[in-house]
Structure formats: C-alpha cells, structure tokens
Design a protein around this ligand. Structure first.
Ligand SMILES: Cc1cc2nc3c(=O)[nH]c(=O)nc-3n(C[C@H](O)[C@H](O)[C@H](O)COP(=O)(O)OP(=O)(O)OC[C@H]3O[C@@H](n4cnc5c(N)ncnc54)[C@H](O)[C@@H]3O)c2cc1C
Length: 461
C-alpha cells in the first residue's frame, strides 16, 4: 500500500462516514451531481455524517496540501473536481424547528423539502426557491432568490448563524448579531471560506398564496414582455414574479400541450389575500386570454408547482445578467436570442426575475451579496447534452452580452452561474472593493486557497 493510501486509511479510522475510492463500484454514482455536464474526478470521496468528520477531513487535507471540493446536495454550479478530495455532506441532513423562536436549524445536506415539511408542522415555512429538491445551505450561501423574495428578502437575509469548518480545521460560528466579517462573507460568497456544516434560519408563517403561470404562444411573446415591463412598475412587495421565454424540449418530462413548443409565460406567487392576487394578475389577463391559466390559491408548501423544475439530473448550463430596466433594446435582444432558432435553439429558458421590494431594502452592510439594486435578474438556461449544443449556447449568450453591453449592470447573481464562469470571473459577482475585502479575509482563513473550487477568491496580503 503506498503512503497516500495509508494516510487515507488513517483518515477512515477517524471518521464515522465513508471514504470512496476510484476503484470502488459506487465511485461513479457517488461523484455524480444533479448537473450532469460537470464530470468530477476526485482522488477520493469523503461522505461525512457529522461535523467531526468534516473537521478530520479538513485537517487531513491541510496536512496533505490537498484542495477540497464541497458538495452539499449537488445541485449547484461547481468547477469539476480533478484529483481533489470531494467532501460530500448529503448524509448530514438533520432539520430541527424551534417553534417558539420561529427558527430552523438546518444541516448542510438537508434539502428544502425536509425543512418545508418540518416547518409546516408548526405553521411555518422557509424562504426556499423554485425547487424543494435543492439543498437549503448551498442555496443560501449564494443568496437564495425564491417566490417570497420581494416580501421577505433573500434566503441569506433570514440566517442567524452559520457553523463552518475553516481550512485550519476549526469549527467556528459566524453569527449575524456579532457583525462578524465571516458572516458577511458567507452571506453571498459562501464556498470560498470553508465547509458550512449547518445554519440557523428564521422562518415565516406558512400561508396560502395565489400562484401559478399564465402561458401564451410564442407569437405573443413581444407584447407580453412589453406588458410585463409595465406590470412590474407598480406591483406590491407581496408579488414575486418572473417572465419566461421558453423553448420546451420534445421530451416526456414536458407536459403534452407544451412539449416541443415555444411559449411565453408569466409565473409568480402573491403572498397575500388571494382575491387581491387575482385582481393583480387580471391586469395581464385583461390584455389577452392566455392559452393556459394555472394561477390559483395554493398552500406555500406546494410552491414547487410554480416552476415544475425537474428532479432528475439533466445536462443543463446556466448564466445570468442583471439590468435596471427592460429597455426596448433589452427586450428585442432577449426575444432574438431565445427564439432565433426556434425548434433548434440552444436556449431552454430565458427567465426575467423581477427584483426589488425587500431584496433591495434589506440591510446591505450585513452581507456581501451584491445584487440588491438590480431591477431584473435575467437567467438564461440551455440544455447542452453535447459539445456542439454547449458551443451554440455559449455563442448565443456572448452575442446577448455584446449586444447589451451598455445596458447590463456589472454584477451577476451567484446562484445562476455555472461553475467555470463563476470560477473564472469572481469579478462578475462583486465590485472591486468588496473583492479586495474578501481577499483580505481569505488570507486569514484560507491562505492556501483550499476551497478554490467553490469560488476563487484570490488571497490579498
Ligand atoms: C432545479 C434547480 C432549481 C433552482 N432554483 C433556484 C432558485 O429558485 N433560486 C436560487 O437562488 N437558486 C436556485 N437554484 C440554484 C441553487 O440554489 C444553487 O445551485 C445551490 O448552490 C445549490 O445548492 P447545493 O447544496 O445543491 O450545492 P452543491 O452543488 O452541493 O454545491 C455547489 C457549490 O456551492 C458551495 N457549497 C455548497 N454547500 C456548501 C457548504 N455546505 N459549505 C461550503 N460551500 C458549499 C460549494 O462551492 C459547492 O461547490 C436552483 C438549482 C436547481 C438545480
């Protein structure tokens, strides 16, 4: 047995979880993530079951000068692990609700579905996003833009503390109420400073919401975009919504009426009285009856039905830009990019999220998250099963960014950037002075950049 293997066996003897090696039969399934485009090849996979396992793994990585790729539930954008240690946290999925405090303690591997289920027992709900299948901690470290965002803010605005193991193998608590620099950094640049083992979040009352989709044919897309820009000028904060330009693939996971078709939709969630919500959506219906109208009163626990994201892994890629207004030039460019090659487009969805409300009014000194002022986040997703489709997606997005270079804000939204783009361009996420402050914190907490695979913040001496 070579030295490295002996050292790894020493690590195995110290942890409760399991080490998985390339020669093990389940190595392939253990390293697979939801995003099937990123092909990881770690030297070893550590499946941690508790914080002590994480501490021992990080101690080992430090002693062996190894980089660590952290995977909570594998739904996120990550640069491919190549010879590093992959630290998987999906077995650390405890969730505990404190009814009196209205909070949830959530371990790193827990999905929103579990938080939702536990919180609902007490009439409470978390600020989850479009899919309860996504990991709560990974989602929150990148911001967390969900269907209650304009009413309550981003998911990171609800965090009381993060527990984190830093590169010196110390378990620390970074708390909001101590105005901690580490708390500030994790709230939007999580992934660069250590392994978050758990967090405590505040919950909100679980109410019935008025939510759904209005679906129009793609021939109505230009006018719907026009109406959406007007509609979002005067919406109350209870309404969080998005306009979607879609090229639905011809696949069985897509419902029959939409399969293989292009469409334009307005989807969202009104977290208030259903009659008020209906009245507000009627402003759009009044322009033209949709082909399909799915808005109705639903419990917030059924919010997955708004986006109907697939649960099965798919070859997806994702990017985004942010803008302060939907100018004529922006609208025209989005329509052109999405529908240029209808029937054979590299673009799956172009989704225009309406920001503002509590997202922009939350205290910005508490978090590094930099997309507070943008009025819209424009997410672009592509299905890229082959190299060719990946190239055409990239070309379409580069074309869009070129065309709109005078209209776009500097910062992009971290959770909607695929791994390599996030890795190569941290300057797209934070302004220069913030990057500099993050770099100085990095020197203190991760001087050798053990966690570079999450987000490459260069240490600034
Ligand atoms: C179907 C789907 C729907 C989504 N909907 C939304 C949405 O509505 N709103 C939104 O904001 N985002 C959304 N996202 C994006 C999602 O929030 C991010 O991709 C998030 O990173 C996923 O968390 P995860 O635990 O699966 O991350 P993972 O894939 O496990 O990790 C991704 C990276 O995040 C970092 N990371 C994750 N966990 C930790 C940890 N515990 N400690 C340190 N670093 C960590 C690491 O750098 C890691 O490499 C969606 C994603 C999918 C696939």
């Amino acid at each position: 047995m070579d030295n490295k293997k002996m050292e790894l066996h020493r690590l195995q003897s110290k942890i409760k979880g399991r080490l998985i090696f390339p020669e093990d039969g389940d190595y392939g399934s253990a390293k697979a993530t939801w995003d099937t485009v990123t092909d990881h090849s770690p030297s070893v996979i550590v499946e941690a079951v508790n914080a002590k396992d994480v501490i021992e793994t990080i101690k080992f990585a430090g002693e062996e000068s190894q980089k660590v790729t952290v995977i909570s539930t594998g739904h996120g954008p990550t640069r491919a692990a190549d010879g590093e240690i992959m630290l998987k946290l999906s077995r650390m999925d405890a969730v505990r609700i404190d009814e009196d405090a209205g909070t949830a303690y959530v371990e790193a591997g827990a999905k929103w579905a579990k938080v939702l289920e536990e919180a609902a027992k007490f009439g409470l709900a978390p600020l989850m996003g479009s899919s309860s299948d996504v990991g709560a901690v990974g989602y929150t470290l990148g911001g967390g833009l969900g269907w209650l965002a304009r009413k309550y803010g981003m998911s990171l605005d609800m965090v009381n503390y993060f527990d984190i193991v830093t590169s010196d193998a110390e378990l620390r608590r970074a708390a909001r109420d101590t105005c901690d620099d580490l708390f500030w950094a994790l709230s939007g640049a999580g992934g660069a400073f250590g392994v978050v083992t758990s967090m405590e979040i505040r919950l909100v009352p679980e109410i019935a919401v008025y939510a759904g989709n209005l679906v129009y044919g793609h021939e109505d897309a230009a006018m719907l975009l026009e109406k959406y820009a007007e509609w979002t000028e005067s919406l109350p904060d209870e309404m969080t919504s998005a306009l979607v330009l879609a090229n639905f693939p011809d696949l069985p996971i897509v419902p029959e009426p939409l399969r293989g078709k292009s469409a334009a939709m307005v989807r969202g969630c009104f977290a208030g009285n259903a009659e008020d919500g209906e009245r507000i959506v009627n402003d759009l219906r009044g322009w033209k009856s949709p082909v399909i109208d799915m808005w109705s009163k639903i419990p917030f626990s059924a919010a997955d039905t708004i986006s109907n994201d697939p649960k099965e892994p798919i070859p997806l890629t994702i990017t985004n830009v942010t803008v302060d207004e939907l100018s004529d030039k922006t609208k025209a460019a989005l329509l052109k990019m999405t529908f240029k090659d209808t029937g054979n487009s590299p673009i799956l969805f172009t989704e225009v999220y309406h920001m503002g409300g509590k997202i922009s009014s939350s205290d910005r000194s508490e978090s590094v998250f930099a997309v507070r002022d943008a009025k819209y986040v424009i997410k672009v997703m592509g299905l890229v099963p082959a190299e060719e489709s990946r190239h055409s997606f990239t070309a379409a997005v580069i074309g869009l960014k070129d065309e709109l270079k005078d209209e776009l804000n500097n910062e992009a939204y971290p959770n909607f950037l695929e791994g390599l783009e996030k890795f190569n361009h941290p300057g797209r996420l934070y302004p220069a002075e913030i990057l500099d402050k993050l770099g100085r914190l990095k020197v203190k907490l991760d001087p050798d950049n053990m966690f570079e695979n999450g987000l490459d913040i260069v240490p600034v001496p």
